[in-house]
Write a protein that binds this ligand. Structure first.
Ligand code: FEO
Length: 172
């Protein structure tokens, strides 16, 4: 059984994951209308993964005697000055999500809720991978600079880059 405090904190994370999904969906749309098909595909996939992160939390809350709250979401940014700026925002957002997960883990220890603590370890690992991937992408973008050929290759190659852990290690 979840304590009220944990339930509230998990519901807050549900909202954050749902907003993440919307943020990346908006990025996918921006990339798609700019003709960056590869980047768009990558962002659509990221958006789907965030929805999975959200659903995993939703089911956990409901199964543990809580009530998952589906709430109104903050509208995401829909335009960007450059694709570099867009990926910088993705990285910043993942750092924010990691901080939020860490805070959640901290609360479970305070409340001595070891099963939720255990459940959250998947998210802790996932965030390490997501941040690492975002950093790798930013390194590539910095190498490309303003080289149009480089951008073409980047758009082609990014489709191979995914956070595979989300689908391969998901404990569903
Ligand atoms: Fe679900 Fe990208 O954090």
């Amino acid at each position: 059984m979840l304590t009220k405090n944990i339930e509230k904190a998990l519901n807050n994370q549900i909202k954050i994951e749902a907003e993440s999904s919307q943020i990346y969906l908006a990025m996918a749309c921006w990339a798609e209308v700019k003709g960056l098909e590869g980047v768009a595909g990558f962002m659509y996939k990221q958006s789907d993964e965030e929805r999975e992160h959200m659903l995993k939390l939703v089911r956990f809350v409901n199964e543990r005697g809580g009530h998952a709250q589906i709430s109104a979401l903050k509208a995401p940014n829909v335009t960007f000055n450059s694709f570099k700026e867009m990926f910088e925002k993705l990285f910043e957002h993942e750092v924010f999500v990691s901080e939020s997960i860490n805070e959640l883990v901290h609360i479970t220890l305070q409340e001595k809720d070891y099963s939720t603590h255990n459940f959250l370890q998947w998210y802790v690992s996932e965030q390490i991978e997501e941040e690492a991937m975002a950093r790798t992408i930013l390194d590539k973008i910095n190498m490309i600079g303003n080289d149009k050929g480089g951008l073409y290759l980047f758009d082609r190659d990014i489709q191979q880059l995914t956070v595979s852990s989300a689908s391969s290690t998901s404990p569903e």
